[in-house]
Design a protein around this ligand. Structure first.
Ligand code: HEM
Length: 586
């Protein structure tokens, strides 16, 4: 029974994992999830007994690494709903409250803790839970090794089963099948596609900044960043282009036009993918489910129908010797028409996972950056200096991806610095089915089978050992070195292997890394070339106080939902102004 429970449980440590908090909130009660979806493998009855803690503790002790014990399984869905919301704050108030339990026994503690746990316990320690052992790592060498050896330290694939909504995909595949998925999908993530990402991002960002400037103050930066990100995915994924301010609406289930519903369908699916992962496509078809689930079901059907339409059209175009359009979907179809290609459902599965993995990752990163830059006018000037130097007076539609993008190193440095501190995607690896040796600081430890290995990327990204005394400060300049005063001589700093892993590393790293970099650089260049951003000053504040308030909001009102994100960005409206009309206040 214990083994069964363990293999069926779902880690909270991956972005693609199951964020039960939201699911439960969406449905009203966790118990409901269990009764609605026994097949989705959430076993509340596996809320392990204390005896498992004792057994696991004995196993952990033998490994020879520092150990901490937490009494409640972090994978218990009920606990995940209530941990930080209800119980942890209550316990913190008790005289004996603060301790291992309140510090570590909640989802997302790593962001609040930064590198401190590793400063106290060393580069690696074990968290004993009533479920699995969780080994937390903050050693660049060990992390580089684990991420390199995908066969020895595979991704715990059971987590990613949920993303099989439309078919097998990169995230759910393993071994030879994964090789095939990766080989074919990497043909689609090519330089032509990056060029499309570049030009569409410029188009979207120009409309966005014009809109924000016209508004005076805007509280919707984070939502607007999601719109930008979705529109870029639509363009790069399907060659479909939308104006920035297209409205979000609920899906019209009566219309027969599949293409007309495509964007709304995708938006509804991405907004509700957690619900979809938990319930699965079979359950959301039930007519007795609430309106939200029915709407989601309609969106799934519409999105699949759209993909089928594009698939059939592309096959026909191929048979008529017509050239392929330049987008991810058509590239996948063309690359799969031979003998060893992806099946139709695998193509749909991958297209969905690109959208899922590429949407909020970039959107949250853009939002974090805008807020951070609003607190730091000197940093905006520093980026502007590069933009003026590289792009001159030319209008944005003349900026060329191939020549301009590689020169915008300071702009890229802003991305690296944002995701060093606010890395959106947690990573989880596993020892798989057998014990594995793990070498840390020259000592080798035997880690038991079915142990979770958690690259503590927040710790390794903020540890002063690797980033200096100002490791917690947002300072994009740390990424740029120069031996002269010339911008052209500036060189991008390569971090020590294993010390910077926001896109993971090794064979199973993020295939959308370049996509997200191009998107970010094009967006920031467009926003900052003629504009700057500052916080709206509230009554009784001056600008300095407003900036400190915003920085505090970013640093303290951020946490892990599905990904790392600001909880209430709307509480700090932003003001965008044209550079030419007013000088920046430093
Ligand atoms: C700032 C932006 C992004 C960050 C920080 C990021 C980060 C990551 C990380 C850390 C992983 C590995 C997860 C793990 O091992 O558990 C991953 C996987 C993945 N990412 Fe990204 N990502 C970003 C943007 C994108 C974009 C734009 C796309 C596609 C358009 C994308 C597509 C994928 C896919 C398909 C996988 C699964 C790969 C596999 O299993 O082989 N990502 N990403």
């Amino acid at each position: 029974m214990d083994r069964e429970c363990r293999s069926n449980s779902v880690s909270s440590q991956s972005a693609l994992s199951l964020p039960k908090t939201r699911v439960s909130a969406a449905l009203g009660a966790t118990a409901e999830i269990v009764s609605l979806s026994p097949a989705r493998r959430i076993h509340i009855e596996c809320a392990h007994a204390p005896s498992h803690v004792a057994q696991n503790y004995l196993v952990a002790r033998k490994i020879g690494l520092p150990v901490r014990v937490i009494p409640i399984d972090p994978e218990n869905p009920l606990w995940m709903v209530l941990d930080k919301r209800v119980f942890i704050p209550l316990f913190e108030k008790l005289p004996f409250g603060p301790g291992t339990f309140t510090r570590f026994n909640w989802r997302g503690w790593e962001f609040a803790d930064k590198y401190r746990a590793h400063e106290e316990m060393g580069d690696v320690f074990i968290m004993v839970t009533p479920g699995k052992l969780w080994v937390h790592l903050c050693s660049p060498d060990a992390l580089a090794e684990i991420l390199k050896k995908d066969k020895d330290f595979p991704r715990p694939l059971e987590i990613f089963e949920m993303t099989k909504v439309f078919g097998d995909n990169l995230s759910t595949a393993d071994g030879k099948s994964w090789n095939k998925h990766r080989k074919i999908t990497s043909l689609a993530f090519n330089e032509h596609n990056n060029e499309l990402v570049w030009s569409e991002t410029i188009r979207q960002s120009r409309s966005a900044v014009n809109y924000w400037t016209s508004k005076g103050a805007t509280a919707s930066i984070a939502d607007d960043a999601r719109t930008i990100s979705l529109h870029i995915l639509s363009a790069a994924g399907f060659g479909k282009f939308y104006p920035f301010q297209a409205s979000r609406g609920s899906i019209d289930t009566t219309t027969t036009s599949v293409a007309a519903n495509y964007k709304e369908s995708l938006q509804i699916i991405l907004d509700n993918c957690v619900l979809l992962f938990v319930l699965g496509t079979a359950v959301i078809q039930k007519p007795w489910l609430p309106k939200k689930a029915r709407e989601l079901n309609a969106a799934v059907h519409s999105f699949r129908a759209y993909m089928t339409e594009v698939y059939e059209a592309e096959k026909k175009a191929f048979s008529e010797d017509k050239p392929a359009a330049n987008n991810l979907m058509t590239q996948l179809v063309r690359a799969s028409l031979g003998d060893d290609g992806l099946s139709e459902t695998e193509i749909y599965g991958n297209i969905f996972v690109f959208n899922f993995a590429g949407h909020d990752t970039t959107a949250h990163t853009l939002a974090f950056t805008i807020y951070l830059l609003a607190t730091d006018p000197a940093m905006q000037d520093w980026v502007f200096e590069e933009l003026e130097h590289v792009l001159g007076e030319r209008p944005a539609d003349e900026w060329a991806y191939t020549t301009e993008y590689p020169k915008l190193k300071r702009t890229l440095a802003v991305l690296y610095e944002t995701i060093r501190l606010y890395s959106p995607v947690p990573i989880a690896k596993s020892t798989g089915n057998s014990d594995k040796p793990l070498t840390v600081d020259g000592k080798t430890y035997i880690i038991p089978a079915k142990t979770l290995l958690i690259p503590n990327h927040i710790a390794v990204h903020t540890h002063p050992k690797y980033w200096g005394e100002d490791s917690l400060k947002f300072n994009p300049k740390r990424w740029i070195q120069s031996t002269s005063a010339r911008i052209d001589d500036e060189v991008f700093v390569t971090p020590r292997k294993g010390s910077f892993i926001p896109w993971s590393d090794g064979v199973r790293n993020c295939p959308g890394k370049k996509f997200s970099q191009v998107e970010f650089v094009a967006c920031m260049a467009t926003l900052l070339k003629e504009h700057y951003v500052e916080p709206k000053v509230f009554d009784g504040e001056d600008m300095g106080q407003a900036r400190r308030r915003v920085l505090k909001l970013v640093e303290e009102d951020t946490g892990q939902v599905l990904l790392l994100q600001m909880f209430h960005p709307e509480r700090a409206p932003m003001v965008w102004k044209r550079r030419s009309s007013e000088k920046m206040v430093g």
